[in-house]
Design a binder for this molecule. Sequence first.
Ligand SMILES: [Mn+2]
Length: 327
Amino acid sequence: MKTQKPYFAFIKQRINAAHRIIIAGHTGPDFDNVGSCLALYEVLRAMRKGVVIASDFHESIWREVAMDKLPNQVKMSSLALYKPDVVFLLDYGKKEKIDASVLWLIEQTKPFVITIDHHEYQSQFGDIVWVDSAFVSTTEMLHMLFSKIKARIPEQANYYLLLGVWGDTGAFAYQRASKRLLRMVNALVTQGDEIQRIMELLHQKMDADEFRLYGKLLASISYDASLGLGVCKIRTQIPEGMNRTVMYEMKRIKGLRVALFLKRFAKTGYWKASVWGAQHNVLDLNEFARRFGGGGHFNAAGFKTKLSGAKIIQMVKQAMRENCVSS
Ligand SMILES: [Mn+2]
């Protein structure tokens, strides 16, 4: 059955009947992605389901988030041997952002595929495709699913669900908070320290060398006050996750509308761009990123390109100018 609607009862039936479930997010995972996978994992485990997350957990974000509670690992190369009944695909937007070995596994073993994603509809696929960009994060959708199917949410999953919301809304700085979302937050804060834990995660702790490097990055930020565009452009190696911290910091600039982070990969010559919108941003960054084959959300998107850094900055400025005129 192909559907754009969330058939909660139907998903529940499939979970109940399943023996082995695989959960996959997108490559280059962020907090919402990791939080979604881990929250669903914990809930399915509490339902006594056989479940694995399709990841080798190479990216440090997995360890940062899960700490000592990282799930048991099944090698990506032996995933097909696991013979899943159901595969959940979470928070990925485009089919090519799913790991190739997961796509291969789906081809080979023909499991029932359920997509849950708050990105705009792009090339998501499956037997159930629940895609709704009115949700701020995929964890918000999962929370709704869990309550609709009356699944028990284990303590640890509370924190994962909150993490997705905090990560994708920038602690509510760049997405609207609905009453429903705040009710969800209210329900999930049980110990009282969840939000502190999350804020510590988002603002990573650094050693002295990293701290100096971070200072240099901040000092290199250029700012166009007439447009409200902040740019950080780097060619050197930085620790994983530091780009995110720089972006959060840039959003503190008074009057900032768009923050652009550019990183050049020497080997391939590609620039990787992340763009974040602040409160008064009117430029649809998802649409902008799509010009380069990238994507994301209205206020947060990314793309890769072989164009020069200067050219990318020029194009962002041009788009911001055009948008000011038209809006
Ligand atoms: Mn997300």
